[in-house]
Design a protein around this ligand. Structure first.
Ligand SMILES: C[S@@+](CC[C@H](N)C(=O)[O-])C[C@H]1O[C@@H](n2cnc3c(N)ncnc32)[C@H](O)[C@@H]1O
Length: 308
């Protein structure tokens, strides 16, 4: 079940829990393959998984991911008391919505960090200072576990020198599990080790009910962010209500082929304010879409139709 669209998460709030899927105990099965695997997993099964996730989420799984796919989906077979990948994939193909969500959640790659590609946050600072309209609106469209939207929130607090800047951030992702982590805002201490001491002290809480191995983002940051599940491949994104002054779409386009990227970029244009900026990931280039976006260098783009 997707997070409620446009859901606001308050101080220390969490997204509502999805109803648990059937959680049977794993049947004890004899290893079924030479590699000692519990379930048969053939090249044809892997190809079927690849096709399904590519069609649904645009994600291209490299052949090297075969073991990762096996171990993540074997858990699903156990949870559903199934005995073969064929049975599981047929179940998916029948269109069981809840399992589709878990299937996608199982196969996403969610690597992220606070202030990843820091130069973008430096550019955003300057960008925010130039903006006259209020509130300023930012869409973080592949938010993963939240480090990116919280880095945006911290940047806004620093620019306006307050914990209540005139900024609204909408964070979305296809993966509902990561969105729950993001909304919870609790991280292992080592996730913030590379932030300077001032940022650690100002924007994160230790103690006060937070386990010692964890830190929690300040509730004021959480209040700046709303969440919804958005699959960038979907034809409509009803919860992405533009126009946005800044659109972060970083390190996700890399999974999509060029025609898919183009379709997404085309839908970004009307959602971005004419003076807005699109921030892409370090290895993502949109030179195949110069009719839509013009590069400003360092993987930041403006609308190609922007009047100078
Ligand atoms: C590598 S993470 C990048 C996170 C963050 N933007 C960053 O740069 O640190 C990629 C994210 O894209 C999400 N994703 C993958 N396919 C997607 C799709 N079709 N629509 C929306 N998000 C998607 C994944 O769930 C994952 O959280």
């Amino acid at each position: 079940m997707p997070l409620p669209i446009g859901m606001k998460v308050g101080a220390g709030g969490t997204a509502s829990a999805d109803p648990p899927l059937k959680t049977g105990t794993a049947p004890v099965l004899a290893p079924a393959s030479a590699a000692g695997r519990e379930f048969h997993f053939t090249a044809a099964d892997f190809e079927r998984v690849r096709q399904l996730i590519h069609k649904h989420a645009g994600i291209s799984l490299a052949p090297i991911k075969q073991d990762m796919v096996y171990s993540r989906l074997a858990r699903r077979l156990r949870a559903l008391n199934m005995t073969s990948f064929d049975q599981y994939l047929a179940y998916l193909e029948q269109g069981h919505a809840a399992e589709w969500e878990t299937f996608v959640n199982s196969l996403t790659t969610n690597l992220t960090s606070f202030f990843r590609e820091n130069h973008h946050f430096e550019m955003l600072q300057k960008h925010l200072l130039r903006l006259a309209q209020r509130p300023i609106r930012i869409w973080c469209s592949a938010a993963s576990t939240g480090e990116e939207p919280y880095s945006l929130a911290i940047t806004a607090c620093e620019v306006f020198n307050t914990l209540t800047p005139p900024v609204q951030i909408h964070a979305s992702d296809i993966d509902t599990n990561v969105l729950k982590t993001a909304a919870r805002g609790e991280y292992p201490v080592d996730r913030i080790e590379r932030l300077d001491a001032e940022r650690q002290r100002k924007y994160f809480v230790r103690g006060a009910g937070v386990p010692t191995s964890q830190v929690r983002v300040r509730p004021e940051l959480q209040k700046l962010i709303t969440y919804s599940r958005i699959n960038l491949l979907d034809a409509q994104w009803p919860s992405a209500k533009g126009p946005f002054d800044a659109l972060f779409c970083r390190n996700v386009m890399i999974y999509f082929d060029k025609p898919t990227q183009y379709q997404i970029l085309k839908k970004f244009v009307p959602l971005l304010h004419p003076d807005g900026l699109l921030y892409a990931g370090h290895s993502e280039s949109f030179l195949h879409a110069t009719d839509l976006f013009r590069s400003l260098g360092r993987t930041v783009y403006e609308r190609a139709d922007r009047r100078k």
